[in-house]
Design a binder for this molecule. Structure first.
Ligand code: GLU
Length: 314
């Protein structure tokens, strides 16, 4: 009996402490975070964040694996996720109902919570493939179904005057791309993710791969057509066995939330996120990029009112 009382009071104490950021009546019964494929950064980052949120909020926080940004938008739109990781380019297309979302129309019922880290458009190829034009006739994975990676692949190929008609297309997750590459079933794959991407590090060590560059003129025309890209360089030695720097383009990973979440919940979960930066970085090094200044920089859709409160105090 005494033991039960001790356990019960400890539980009550934990509940009170854990929920002090939140008014209990406003807490949802659970939170669902749409992440990505199991070998990607969204998945690792999302799971680390979910574990911390669950402890601090005392509610179940479930992570949903997915194909990536495009599927995550659909999960939010269908009410099957409350929080999601998405690329900044994909989120504006969804918000405005343009590009790949033109048949579905605009989706305005979500907002930005925080910019997270740059996602680099990486093109991993067999060592003997010397540049993007040489992908012609090759077997190439353009990213998973429902990924943002696939749109980046299409647009980058487009900047070189190429399309799916020029390559033998596969839709594989990052993990499946690495396996297929190792087995010689594909010659190259696209991967838009935080760098270094663990799936790619896994592959480069034996020196049999190269990262293809996006040339200056091609990058310029891509950015002028799609302003959500920025120019980025992957420094040499980012990956074992890749000795040269790689000039390419990048987008940005953004944490977005359903407008159904309250101001208090969103500002509270951002407080938890920023406080847990170092802890998340143990699982996903990209959490080191989290900083209030860059978090609200260049976000193409409105901030959630809870994020306004967290970042600007009103
Ligand atoms: N940005 C990628 C996409 O939406 C996913 C990246 C990841 O899983 O880390 O295709």
């Amino acid at each position: 009996m005494r033991k039960t009382l001790v356990v019960l009071s400890a539980l009550l104490f934990a509940l009170l402490i854990g929920n002090k950021l939140f008014n209990k009546t406003e807490l949802p019964s659970r939170l669902r975070i749409a992440t990505g494929g199991e070998s990607g950064v969204y998945y690792a980052y999302g799971n680390a964040f979910a574990g911390i949120l669950e402890k601090r909020m005392n509610i179940p926080v479930i992570t949903i694996p997915s194909g990536g940004s495009v599927e995550n938008i659909h999960l939010l739109r269908n009410g099957r996720a409350d929080i999601a990781f998405v690329q900044n380019d994909i989120m504006i297309y969804a918000y405005e109902g343009i590009n790949i979302f033109s048949t579905e129309g605009p989706f305005k019922d979500f907002s930005a919570a925080s910019g997270l880290y740059p996602e680099i458009c990486q093109i991993v190829a067999r060592r003997d493939i010397d540049g993007i034009p040489e992908l012609k006739g090759k077997r190439v994975s353009v990213g998973d179904e429902g990924s943002g990676t696939e749109l980046n692949a299409l647009q980058i190929l487009g900047a070189y005057g190429m399309s799916y008609a020029d390559i033998d297309v596969d839709h594989l997750s990052f993990g499946a791309s690495v396996s297929a590459f190792k087995e010689g079933k594909i010659d190259a794959f696209f991967c838009t993710a935080g760098v270094p991407t663990p799936a790619i590090s896994d592959l480069t060590a034996d020196g049999q791969v190269r990262l293809l560059s996006v040339g200056d003129a091609h990058a310029r025309s891509l950015i002028s057509q799609y302003p959500f890209y920025s120019r980025q360089t992957i420094p040499r030695d980012t990956y074992p066995g890749v000795d040269d720097e790689t000039k390419t383009v990048a987008v940005k990973a953004v944490l977005v939330v359903s407008n159904g979440l309250s101001e208090q919940v969103v500002s509270g979960l951002l407080k938890i996120l920023f406080e847990a930066r170092e802890e998340i970085a143990k699982t996903s090094a990209d959490a080191d990029n989290l900083a209030p200044e860059s978090a609200v920089d260049g976000l193409p859709i409105p901030l959630h009112r809870g994020a306004e409160k967290y970042f600007f105090g009103n």
